[in-house]
Design a protein around this ligand. Structure first.
Ligand code: ADP
Length: 328
């Protein structure tokens, strides 16, 4: 039976991440390959409500695979949280003849899509685009790998200056609820300590470890701190605390902030986004809806979007053990 879906919309929503453009490109080109129409929806759900649409063909996405950010722009949209806003969005989609959409974003964007599907039985598929890697049902989200590479590159540079002055640096990285970026970059950049929300080992232990590090003759120390770590102090308070208790240290703080979201996507993210976009469109055309595309053991799979939203990602315990051994 031929698919009833003839026109697919694609949008990016919530926080942006590197590789979103590669995912848009993949959705658009797969539609072209499958001979279904594709429409870009600008500014996330805000653009959906306002009918900010633009037809896209294979050539509309030339030269974007290597670009950070999102050509469709992203937005947060309170209107879509209301039944009236979603009704308006539905009317706009129908008026444009859009039969289904692919949303590239995080769990907030997926929740919006799921609510919309429940109200209007509108076919939707999600592609996880966030640097935090905090989505259940996929070992990697689009943007995570790039963000890790960006952070490691910066910490390497901080290390150069830290070791020239025998300094201790607290480097704050993104990760409000999860410490995937902190743990991986901490190991990758050879940090002396890594503070993540999932494992609060206390201030005493941090002091002990810094003392040991000094005694062992290290010329610089880097402590990677996830935004949401549970040690109970901000990076600036940590600096004061360590200066008070370990005056031998000259302490500095570096908060990396939004630079972690930017930059050209890594090869891994480009390939992942390309694979996910193909799966998203093919799945919609096969009549699948309410799924998120993910990757597990290098296989592209579907997870019910309700599970992706509710589930929690687990920190890699083995990597925590590795990090402990590496800081000896
Ligand atoms: P992310 O997708 O990165 O997690 P947000 O949490 O900001 O980002 O969500 C993006 C958008 O998704 C919101 O601005 C809103 O338009 C929509 N959204 C989020 N949660 C809901 C909800 N419960 N109902 C309807 N729309 C929602």
């Amino acid at each position: 039976m031929a698919s009833e879906i003839k026109k697919i919309g694609v949008l990016t929503s919530g926080g942006d991440s590197p590789g979103m453009n590669a995912a848009i490109r993949s959705v658009v080109r797969t539609c072209a390959y499958m001979k279904v129409d594709c429409v870009g929806i600008y500014r996330g759900y805000q653009g959906m409500i306002e009918g900010d649409f633009k037809p896209m063909d294979a050539r509309s996405v030339n030269n974007i695979i290597n670009k950070g950010g999102t050509i469709l722009k992203s937005a947060r949209c309170d209107g879509f949280r209301t039944p009236e806003g979603r009704k308006r969005a539905y009317e706009q989609l129908r008026a444009e003849g859009i039969d289904a959409f692919v949303v590239i974003g995080g769990d907030g964007s997926f929740t919006g899509a799921m609510v919309f599907n429940q109200e209007y039985h509108f076919p939707i598929i999600g592609i996880p685009g966030t640097i935090d890697n905090d989505i259940f049902g996929t070992s990697n989200t689009v943007g995570f790998d790039t963000a890790m590479n960006t952070v490691v590159e910066v910490i390497d540079k901080i290390r150069d200056t830290a070791s020239s002055h025998n300094r201790l640096f607290f480097v704050e990285v993104m990760g409000r609820d999860v410490g995937h970026i902190a743990l991986n970059t901490g190991v990758g950049a050879g940090a002396e300590e890594i503070l993540i929300p999932e494992a609060n080992r206390g201030l005493e232990r941090l002091l002990e470890s810094l003392k040991r590090s000094k005694k062992s003759g290290k010329s610089s120390s880097i402590v990677v701190v996830a935004e949401g770590d549970k040690i109970g102090k901000s990076v600036f308070e940590l600096k004061e605390y360590v200066e008070e208790h370990l005056p031998i240290y000259d302490v500095r703080v570096s908060v990396l902030g939004h630079m972690q979201r930017g930059g050209a996507p890594s090869c891994y993210d480009r390939v992942l986004a390309s694979r996910m976009g193909v799966k998203a469109v093919e799945s919609l055309l096969e009549g699948q809806t309410n799924f998120m595309v993910g990757v597990q053991n290098n296989k592209i799979i579907l997870t019910p979007i309700s599970k992706a939203i509710k589930g929690h990602t687990k920190i890699d315990k083995e990597l925590i053990r590795v990090s402990e051994i590496m800081t000896t």
